[in-house]
Design a binder for this molecule. Structure first.
Ligand SMILES: Cc1cc2nc3c(=O)[nH]c(=O)nc-3n(C[C@H](O)[C@H](O)[C@H](O)COP(=O)(O)OP(=O)(O)OC[C@H]3O[C@@H](n4cnc5c(N)ncnc54)[C@H](O)[C@@H]3O)c2cc1C
Ligand SMILES: NC(=O)c1ccc[n+]([C@@H]2O[C@H](COP(=O)([O-])OP(=O)(O)OC[C@H]3O[C@@H](n4cnc5c(N)ncnc54)[C@H](O)[C@@H]3O)[C@@H](O)[C@H]2O)c1
Length: 462
């Protein structure tokens, strides 16, 4: 049995693992990353963020084509099959893998393919194709990510029952799809399928869609999904899922029976910790397979850190990159760590949604005196030119200090637009002020105009 020693070993090559490994190597540490899949990139590249965003982008292009009279004059409206759509994601995934593999190569980070489990707090056993070898390290970062949660009473091996991993292998185009779970994944896929012209029933276990959003934005999402033809069923729980050659039937606790050609299960994720032999180091995951860490991303075992989906909230690639970097930095000295707790929301539904800071509900509950400034995309020159007129930017600000407290946006490129305001919100003291948008000249026509309009709209209310 061979054995090699490293300063830092990282388990998992998703965003959290990649950034941990790169951070450590840039500080002259000897680093290896262990990945159980054949290719690096994690669920982020292969099953999560990247493929779903590539699918959505293509659907959006087809919708734009079909909407635009000039293109329509060139030919009939276009339709896409789901398998054809999937090829759009393949290209991006390949590029991502090539680029990420080069990061490791150039930085001399050893990529070890195999499944890692703990032997002790400084030793990992890695198994691959029936062989096992051991690696030792001063410190270890667990960045093993998450996978779809699968309740035991649903047959995920049935060819009509999918989760967000297996949907990427669906080889037919259903006429109607049932989506169970209206979290971020459910809402994003509801947009993709309805954009393709497929009938969608979206079963939501909660009172409204994406309850963590500002109410006005959540209402807008419900309205626009319904406008795309999505049937949203709020406050429903499943009792039974039956799949047969002819279709899938979901019986709800309310007694309703919903039928479709396929079911996409999108209700929750489980941390990938069950294969790690955590007992060997005295660690325990919670009932969702997640690990607890302190504000330095260290677990209860000294020298073992964790980052990304495996530690739970916010379970975003955006945060995972920063958490991984912070975990590796902490391993060299706690003072190097930045705890990631101010994460914007970027949701790639149709329309796109993005926000940062407090919602109206939160500010009201906290009795903060705030006012609202709004700008509708349809009133901006840029949106009129691009034809992307659905959307709104809403600024929440303190009535006395004019400090920006929350930014909520939906519509084309919302996830980009929100960053302009986020940069101002991050300024300290008087730097964070609504006045910035009134006293600064922006390019025209751009969506930054929406900030000026919203700021003036808000200030005029005072
Ligand atoms: C459909 C979908 C869409 C999403 N869209 C977005 C989005 O738009 N924006 C956003 O910010 N986030 C999005 N996310 C979330 C994002 O994908 C995750 O937050 C991110 O992938 C987490 O990164 P990670 O590094 O923690 O883990 P992962 O990307 O899950 O990578 C973990 C890696 O560890 C490996 N591994 C696990 N166990 C072992 C082991 N024992 N030995 C060796 N290797 C192991 C796995 O094979 C995997 O490659 C989406 C997720 C899904 C499912
Ligand atoms: N654009 C984006 O930012 C984006 C896109 C897609 C997914 N994501 C991330 O992916 C994650 C998963 O989203 P989702 O839509 O599947 O679900 P979700 O996180 O909204 O959860 C859905 C429901 O499942 C329950 N649940 C979650 N994990 C469970 C478990 N292991 N066991 C039992 N119940 C569980 C939750 O309590 C919740 O009621 C989110 O945390 C989200 O941040 C982000």
């Amino acid at each position: 049995m061979t054995e090699s020693h490293y300063d830092l070993l990282v388990i998992g090559s998703g965003p959290a693992g990649e950034s941990a490994a790169l951070n450590a190597v840039k500080h002259d540490q000897r680093v290896a990353i262990v990945e159980q899949q054949r290719w690096v990139g994690g669920a982020c590249t292969h099953q999560g963020t990247v493929p779903s965003k590539a699918l959505r982008h293509t659907v959006r292009q087809v919708m734009r084509f079909n909407r635009n009279q000039i293109f329509r004059d060139l030919g009939d409206p276009r339709t896409l099959t789901f398998p054809r759509l999937l090829t759009a994601a393949d290209d991006v995934i390949k590029r991502q893998v090539t680029m990420r593999s080069k990061f490791y190569q150039r930085n001399r980070i050893e990529v070890i393919i195999g499944r890692a489990h703990f032997v002790d707090a400084h030793t990992l056993a890695v198994s691959h194709e029936g062989r096992e070898h051991r690696l030792t390290a001063d410190q270890i970062v667990i960045a093993t990510g998450s996978r779809p949660y699968r309740p035991e009473n649903i047959d995920f091996y049935h060819p009509r029952v999918y989760d967000s991993d297996t949907i990427l292998k669906m080889s037919h185009t259903p006429r109607k799809i049932l989506i169970y779970g209206a979290g971020v994944i459910g809402c994003e896929y509801a947009s993709i399928f309805s954009g393709l012209g497929i009938k969608v029933e979206l079963i939501n276990t909660r009172d409204r869609l994406l309850e963590f959003l500002d109410d006005e934005i959540s209402d807008a999402l419900s309205y626009h999904l319904r406008n795309l033809g999505v049937m949203i069923r709020d406050r429903e729980e499943y009792r039974e899922v039956k799949a047969s050659d002819r279709g899938v039937e979901v019986t709800l606790e309310s007694g309703k029976r919903l039928r479709g050609d396929a079911l996409l299960w999108c209700n929750g994720r489980t941390g990938n910790t069950d294969q790690l032999d955590l007992d060997a180091v005295g660690l325990q995951a919670d009932h969702r397979g997640q690990l607890e860490v302190d504000e330095h991303y260290e677990t209860s075992v000294e020298g073992i850190f964790a980052a990304g989906d495996v530690i739970g909230w916010p379970s975003l690639a955006s945060a995972a990159y920063d958490q991984g970097r912070s975990a590796a930095a902490s391993a060299r000295g706690k003072e190097n760590c930045r705890f990631v707790d101010d994460v914007p929301t970027g949701i790639y539904t149709l329309p796109e949604i993005s926000s940062v800071g407090a919602t109206e509900r939160e500010l009201t509950q906290a009795r903060v005196p705030y006012e609202v400034g709004r700008a509708l995309f349809k009133d901006t020159a840029r949106a009129q030119i691009s034809g992307e007129t659905v959307g709104m930017l809403k600024l929440l600000f303190h009535v006395e200090t004019l400090e920006i407290l929350g930014i909520h946006c939906f519509g084309a490129e919302a996830a980009e637009i929100v960053h302009i305001g986020q940069a101002i919100m991050k300024q300290r003291g008087e730097g964070n002020s609504l006045r910035y948008f009134i006293t600064t000249t922006f390019n025209y026509p751009t969506m930054a105009e929406a900030y000026r309009t919203a700021a003036l709209n808000g200030i005029n209310r005072l």
